[in-house]
Design a protein around this ligand. Structure first.
Ligand code: PHE
Length: 330
């Protein structure tokens, strides 16, 4: 009985203790063998009971040994083997990266932040007034056509405005000027929508950054200077650019800026932004005296800037979320 207690309370937590246990109780010279060999000398009437007890102890010792063996074996599996090199660096954890559009937008914001522009935003569902009328779009202007604009609400009622998904972020200029007093110097980044067929070059939605600077005596020269600084900061000091006349309803005069893309012989001019001096009708629509104040505005597509910067030839890649594509922008 004493031996039984001893075996029951034995603690086996290492290989060494396991072997010690085996030697002490179960080897040829161990306690169990010693008891077994005593059976012969026990009085005949007690022999049966004694034998049973010894057998029970033997069973107990065996079970305990087996259990301990299994336990030690399974813990051994999860610990490093002597041959493992524990100084090896761990396998890398997959890390996410900012989307190329987010990276580009951040760079654009950084440039204009340094030039003193703050950031303004507005709703993506706009009314006709902010998206078109206040921006000097004539009533029958083709941009209002069903082909370009996603209409949310179209009415014949003269007192209610159509609702559209904004086709540019210029309506934010209108909201900004209506709600404040000059001077204004802000950029308006945001998502815009166009009802065009989806191709490598155009998508039903994209992102714009527009800018507005309104103050006394803002000049075209300042606009040119701002745009030149912008392309030099985004594409490098040696970027080749040109500025040519253009047309927008909300600016007069209007211009577009191109940059040279590719090498001397096989490259070409690519348009990267539109700009101009804010049209007097626009200032009037928001209650700013166009005799006292003038301003410039510009607008660019973030996708376009990103595609040129990274050499991406299909706009749809930016919206597929294919990891093989996205992981290249570490
Ligand atoms: N809103 C114009 C567009 O979407 C871009 C632009 C903005 C042009 C401001 C000139 C001045 O095409």
């Amino acid at each position: 009985d004493k031996l039984k207690k001893e075996i029951e309370s034995a603690r086996i937590s290492t290989r060494e203790e396991l072997e010690h246990f085996r030697l002490t109780y179960l080897s040829k010279k161990g306690h169990v063998s010693a008891l077994l060999s005593k059976i012969g000398s026990v009085a005949a009437e007690e022999r049966k009971i004694f034998g049973q007890k010894v057998n029970a102890v033997k069973q107990l010792a065996h079970t305990k040994l087996k259990e301990a063996e299994q336990r030690l074996h399974s813990t051994k599996k999860s610990t490093a083997k002597a041959t493992d090199d524990i100084t090896l660096p761990a396998s890398p954890l997959p890390l996410g990266v900012a989307h190329p559009l987010s990276q580009t937008l951040r760079q654009i914001k950084d440039v204009f932040y340094r030039l003193g522009f703050s950031i303004a935003d507005g709703p993506e569902v706009e009314d006709d007034f902010h998206n078109f009328t206040a921006l000097n779009f004539p009533p029958e202007h083709p941009a209002r056509d069903m082909q370009d604009t996603f209409f949310i609400r179209k009415t014949e009622d003269a007192d209610t405005d159509d609702l559209v998904l904004r086709t540019h972020t210029s309506p934010v200029q209108i909201r900004l000027m209506k709600n404040g007093t000059p001077p204004f110097r802000s950029i308006m980044p945001g998502r815009v929508y166009r009802n065009e067929s989806i191709t490598a070059k155009s998508y039903c939605l994209f992102h714009q950054v527009e800018g507005l600077y309104v103050d006394k005596k803002v000049s075209l020269a300042e606009l040119k200077d701002t745009l030149i600084m912008f392309v030099e900061m985004i594409y490098g000091e040696d970027v080749r650019y040109r500025i040519r006349p253009s047309f927008f309803p909300f600016t007069e005069p209007s211009l577009e800026m191109d940059i040279w893309w590719g090498d001397e012989s096989s490259g070409k001019w690519l348009e990267i932004l539109g700009a101009g001096m804010v049209h007097p009708n626009v200032l009037q629509a928001v209650g700013i005296d166009s005799e006292e104040y003038s301003g410039f505005a510009f607008g660019m597509g973030v996708e376009r800037i990103a595609m040129l910067k990274y050499g991406i030839d299909d706009i749809r890649l930016l919206y597929d979320n294919d990891l093989r594509f996205l992981q290249q922008f570490q």
